[in-house]
Ligand binder design. Structure first.
Ligand code: SF4
Ligand code: SF4
Length: 470
């Protein structure tokens, strides 16, 4: 098997050595701009690198997002990682005060918190005034709790802020930090922060060249626990983040080796099937597929599904204007439909579409909590909220008086934006009903997680009460 290492990173040597020792052929693309094109699926990616056409089985992206914080309040904030702080411990001036600013540019990672705690202890010991400002207190794991205690004992001040106002004046940062009750005035000579709103051009370019779907901050997997430790939105393409490289590079590489040797087709999930007679090659599915599993075939004038890459989420099926896509070629009821509760098909009751990655894990408990009131609620489990089309929800209103889409919370959808898509579709249907002078409140969309049956039960009860049965 052949691997492509894409990106400039000091760990490339270690990654190459590991792959070679484990029988993989290695291709290195330190400058991702040399990647002319890259397409295909796990086990069969074709690419052109510096004029050479070749193919690889998988890719390890080692390019890292930049972490150069942007200026704040007119002053230059220093990077928590990239800045050597030793000089701060030796500087003569007595009034050096330092702020470690977390969760400001994006939600800070545990490794950043640990780094800030270690540095703040060192600086506090050298009699510097040190503040740690963060939105969240991360104490679980990695010895963070002890570091917090140690830092407090050394005199580090912790503020869990809700709002911040920062200006740079006369060579110092003047900070107003409000924790919802009190406002703290801090004057600091240095601010160190992690994260940035800008992952940098080379990282953005790498994600684009490999057709990966970053989050709103441009990161690939930092906040997406379900992709940990190294998976990306595209099967067969892995990303070694800073944290993973720092924590345990070897296990991450062993994980990748295991993944690429276990071919996917065994898992039996329905993949998208395109009916060539109906497809008009509008490319909507190609643009909307979060897993790069569609490829336009301009010779045959049809869209091709890449089965090895397809996650069977159904997003393309719900968006295809020609109705040319079906999951597993099946057009009948989706899997996971619960037996009728015996009453609703007469235009009464509620049908709830539940995403299998979130709501489906909470619905049983939610229905139990509703007790009697659960009668008249039917459930249809779907692979992803994004696969629920407006038309499908509309159709159910022929036999139910209400329809609800229960989907993943923003940011935790395995198909990246499935939940947001479902809520958009529900909103469109509701607006359409209103325009037809029908009650748009017969449609609802709720974001839930597997751990929120109580909230789910309340949402179902409120929805049932929102409209009287005909
Ligand atoms: S969205 Fe439908 S019609 Fe458009 S290219 Fe895809 S399969 Fe074809
Ligand atoms: S089912 Fe999902 S993963 Fe598969 S092609 Fe459609 S949008 Fe992409």
């Amino acid at each position: 098997m052949k691997a492509l290492i894409a990106g400039k990173n000091e760990i490339n040597k270690k990654v190459s050595a590991f792959l070679a020792d484990n029988g993989f052929e290695v291709l290195l693309a330190e400058d991702v701009d040399n990647l002319r094109y890259f397409e295909g699926e796990a086990g069969d990616f074709s690419l052109e690198l510096a004029g050479e056409k070749t193919r690889v089985d998988f890719v390890i992206l080692t390019e890292l997002p930049a972490r150069l914080p942007l200026p704040v309040g007119g002053g230059r904030v220093l990077s928590l990682y990239e800045t050597d702080k030793t000089n701060l411990t030796t500087r003569r001036e007595r009034d050096v005060s330092v702020v470690f600013l977390m969760d400001y540019f994006c939600e800070s990672q545990m490794s950043a918190t640990l780094r800030a705690l270690e540095d703040s202890i060192r600086l506090a010991r050298s009699k510097r005034r040190v503040y740690c400002l963060s939105r969240f207190v991360r104490t679980s794991g990695y010895g963070a709790e002890n570091l917090y205690k140690e830092a407090r004992n050394e005199g580090v001040e912790f503020i869990k802020y809700e709002s911040l106002d920062i200006v740079f004046r006369d060579g110092r940062f003047v900070i107003k930090a409000c924790d919802g009750a009190m406002t703290f005035d801090i004057s600091a000579t240095e601010i160190f922060a992690d994260g940035t709103r800008d992952v940098g051009d080379s990282f953005r370019l790498a994600a684009k060249k490999l057709n990966l779907r970053p989050d709103s901050n441009g990161y690939l997997l930092e906040d997406r626990h379900f992709l940990a430790p190294v998976r990306t939105s595209r099967r067969g393409v892995y990303h070694i983040s800073r944290d993973v490289a720092a924590d345990d590079l070897k296990s991450a590489l062993m994980y990748i080796a295991g993944q690429v040797r276990a071919r996917r087709s065994e898992n039996g999930r329905d993949v998208a099937v395109v009916d060539g007679d109906k497809c008009v090659l509008c490319c909507t599915c190609f643009r909307s597929c979060p897993h790069a599993a569609m490829r336009p075939d301009s010779d045959e004038r049809i869209m091709r599904n890449l089965a090895e890459a397809c996650e069977g989420c159904g997003i393309c099926e719900s968006l295809c204007p020609g109705g040319a896509i079906t999951l597993g070629g099946k057009k009948e009821k989706k899997s996971g439909e619960r037996p009728d509760s015996g009453s609703p098909a007469n235009g009464r009751g509620t049908l709830v579409f539940c995403c299998e990655n979130s709501a489906a894990a909470a619905i049983d408990e939610a229905l139990t909590m509703l007790g009697e009131r659960a009668s008249g609620i039917d459930v249809r489990v779907v692979p992803c909220g994004g696969g629920i089309s407006m038309e499908e929800m509309g159709e159910t209103l022929c036999s139910y008086s209400r329809v609800m889409a229960a989907v993943c919370i923003e940011g935790s959808c395995r198909h990246l934006d499935g939940g947001r898509r479902a809520c958009l579709q529900a909103g469109r249907l509701s607006a359409l009903l209103e325009r037809a002078e029908l009650s748009g409140s017969r449609v609802a969309c709720v974001e839930v997680s597997h751990a929120m049956p109580g909230m789910f039960a309340d949402a179902l009860a409120d929805f049932a009460d929102s409209i009287q049965e005909p």
